[in-house]
Design a protein around this ligand. Sequence first.
Ligand SMILES: [Zn+2]
Ligand SMILES: [Zn+2]
Length: 258
Amino acid sequence: MLRFKNLGSGSTGNATVVEARDGGRPNRLLIDCGLGPRTLATRLGLAGLDMADIDAIFVTHEHSDHIGSACKIALRHRIPLWMSHGTHQAIGAPDLGDLLHIARDGDAVDLGALQFRPFTVPHDAREPLQLRLSDGAACLGVLTDLGHATPHVLAQLAGCRAMLLECNHDPELLAASAYPYFLKRRVGGTHGHLANPLAAGIATALAAQGLQQIVAAHLSRQNNRPDLALAALAGAAGCGGLALGVADPVTGTDWIQV
Ligand SMILES: [Zn+2]
Ligand SMILES: [Zn+2]
């Protein structure tokens, strides 16, 4: 059984718990740690968990809304911490001792009942990775913080039944926003963040390969709205039968079964 719960999404801090169980004790991965230790503990508590229930932390890249307090929490609770070599370098190569595990594109990791496989995405970070996760039966894709979908990204996510998918901005809202020009270019660029129509294109490609549900994530508060993101996904070709939801910036989502 595979399920996930987002604990917060967007520039104010990202964290998602993914849980798999095969009869015995469940295994859990915390993806990103962009919340302070106290906030993270509170939100884990609302999910019925505490830090002792987390087997490992995976940080997708060094931006503060993702790395957050990951190193501090890993050291304090002795939790293995996965990140790319580039991410580790980008945060100043802190000494994490034997807790540090270097993640690489395409290298699958076995965490008991839960397996995850990182893959490279185009984003303005040193070596950003996103994830495909599985309990051996169903697959979940986690895909935020990328400017566009490469063929590699789509190939890594083929066959996923559920996705946490970035719907960062509506292009018209971004163009009309008060953001300075350089920031509009950064966010809307090929190594920035995923616009609603590009997320819809990914949904169309993956719906043809078994995708059944999408949770829209990492929405910009200034340049997007939940109704716009949902309309883009619902209106995408071949996506009429998909179950859709939105991760709230603060409350995230309920537990969602994959
Ligand atoms: Zn981010
Ligand atoms: Zn980022």
